[in-house]
Design a protein around this ligand. Sequence first.
Ligand code: C2E
Ligand code: MG
Ligand code: MG
Length: 851
Amino acid sequence: MRKHPAWFDTRRLTFRFYSLLGAAVLLLLVLALAGSHLAHRTMSAAAKLSQDGLGGIGHVIELQALLKRHQRLITDISTARNPNLVSATNGSLHDIEVRALALVSRAALTGEIERLVATLFARGADVDNLIEAHTTSANGNAFEAYLSQAITMEAVLAAEQKKRAAASKSLVDGLTLEASRLEVLAIGVLIVGLVVIGPLGLILFSDAIRRLRAVWCTLHQLASIDTPAPVPSLLDADEIGEMARTVQVFRDNALALSRNRNEVEQVNRWLDIALNNMARGISMFDSDQKLVLCNDMYRAMYALPDALTRQGTPATDILEHRKSRIVRVEYETPDTTPGATVTTAAERHAPPLVRPVDGEDSRAPLERFIAGGQMFSIYQYFDDGRIIALANKRLADGSWVAVHEDVTRDRQAEERIAVLAQTDALTGLANRRAFRDDLDRRCAAPGGPKDFAVHLIDLDEFKPVNDTYGHLAGDAVLAEVAKRLQGLVRDGDLVARVGGDEFAIIEIGAATTGAAAALASRVVAATAQPFALDEHWVVVGASVGIALAPEHGHSARDLLSHADLALYHSKQTGRGRHTVFEPAIANEADLQRALEVDLRNALELGQFELHYQPIVDAAHAEVVAFEALLRWRHPSRGMVPPMAFIPFAEASGLIVPIGAWALKQACRDAMTWPSNICVSVNLSAVQVHAGGIAETVAMTLAETGLSAKRLELEVTETLQLGDQPSAREQLLRLKSLGVRIALDDFGTGYASLSYLQRFPFDKLKIDRMFIADIADSRASLAIVEAVTSLARTLDMVTVAEGIETGEHLDRARAAGCVLLQGYLFSRPVPAHEVAALIGRHTQPKLTIAAA
Ligand code: C2E
Ligand code: MG
Ligand code: MG
């Protein structure tokens, strides 16, 4: 469909106004045309009237007057009959005739009247001529003819006059009619103009004005930021509608803007409240380092005068104001500013901070920061003791926001916490973290780690003390160890507690094995001294592993792992000693690891066997029992002693199946011996704690057919009876089977005599440590004697282990030991050699001992 051009849209005001204007112009045009037509008509009528009508009548009247004068002259001549007169009058007559003929032609009286006038003047000339000729008779006739002609003439002219008057009247009538029509037309046009176009125009105009005013009103309200009423005329199709719609858009935008402004104002108010009620100072600077805003706390913190908190105040002015009161500044930075020193946690027990270089103004970092530095956190120390932290964020446009917080209390607490975090609460020594930090720092020093030794110290017998005497006693021992260790080191050395019963020393300046070993021996000696508990003395002892820097490692990791291997070596090789790391130890450790891997398959591969060592009675040196001792026949390493693999078997739980195998094998072997000879089997604490040991033993006895009376189980003090009621129960159940229970290695450290109270052991095996000393140490002898007499009282049999010499034998017997065991009688032997031993010992008895 073809669209109308906009001006042709009948709903538009322009169209309507132009239509009305067009109609008015059209009416005026009609009126003008009618008027001009009438004027034209009037003009031609007037011309006609003047010429034919009124003018014609005038000419006729003038002609009548001339003819009257002509008649009077002719009459005068004819009455006077004087030829002189005629001659005198002739001129006048001639003049009248000329004028009359001119009138005739002017008045268009041609035709009949012209002919009549000519005839009249001819008759007059006849009269004239006759008089001149004195022809009186003829004269009368001529005159008569003239008069008649004159009368006819008069009648004709009168008729003409009448005719012309009538014609004029009809012309005037016609004009009158035209004029009245024009009047009607004018009135019609006026009426149409007044009644239709005018009111329509008025209505249109006033409606448009009214609607425009309504729209203006809305605009006005908008302009005066009043809430505007809805915009009128929105649905109108004309220009006002268009305008209203435009205003509507404008109004919506204005409303949205105003809403936004309200929201922004509200947010501003909230922000203001929030900012000024914050416990932190806030300041914001533009990219020209001029203050944009700040809050009350900021003003208060730095006691800023009003003049310095106005927008546009340069940051340097504000800084200048507070600088006089700042003592020093520290800052955290994402990168280390060249020339600045980084203090480490270990040094200050606080997060790493950068301090200004010596000689530099201690407040200089603040200026560097304002100049666009990268620091993100600054600590300002004020002369009144306050510490104000300034954290800042630079924005992409170069402006920045800074948050200022009084961290005096936090920093103090932080420092306290940092100190605590680096300290072992029990001993007051540095803790593991502090030790590690220190080691890391020394390793990270320029040029690498230099001339120090790392000692790792592990207390040998701490756990039993702790388990037996309780944690308080354990703590007391640890505190005492710490004290002793600190008494051994020089200034600058670091003593730390790095684990439950593990200590470490970083010994400065000890670059050689000899130097480090000197301290380590002092450590071993100091820890070997008994520790006094409330009512007891305990011996703990320690093993030490040493790594030297930089010889044994450049990193904390290497140094620690090498010191650890050395420590492990100390423990493996008898405890109570120190070892300086050497590569062979690492190899040994590797071998140990390989051994542990092999152990997992040893049982399945049948690599275990039992050796037996006789236990003889002190009185007759008769073999009363054999202790079953486990051996591992390793395919490549040969016979591996139990101490080389049992600790790992215990730690890995492998001891449970291995122990069960040993038990069964021992029972089977014992079944081949004389029925008066018993078998002693070692039981690991792990086996008891694992549970089900009584069932295993009962089943083994049932399977092998060995009488429970011939079986003895040896447990050590590592079996916790105090804390573990179930372990005690298991032992009781074993006893109820008829099996005897022996306490092995008695006196090796940890257990107090109260241990004996907790379970009715059948036997006490006095550790060979005491026997070894028995000849030289009165103390050892006294202990052995005390133990035997105690055992007797408690109805327990005593066994002295480690009888190697005759002296041992004599002393042990003298001390009252009931049974004896040791190399003096026999080393542990394979099962097939047991029979021979029985034969040998039962006969010569003490002869060997005597020899
Ligand atoms: P233990 O139960 O105290 O066994 C006695 C240890 O002392 C044996 O060492 C034995 O060879 C050694 N010995 C005996 N007489 C003398 C002597 O006169 N002088 C010296 N220096 N030593 C002597 P072995 O066979 O190396 O066993 C060491 C430890 O291994 C045993 O100490 C025991 O605790 C453990 N053990 C051995 N077999 C087993 C086992 O089947 N199960 C468990 N759980 N532990 C076992
Ligand atoms: Mg034993
Ligand atoms: Mg023993």
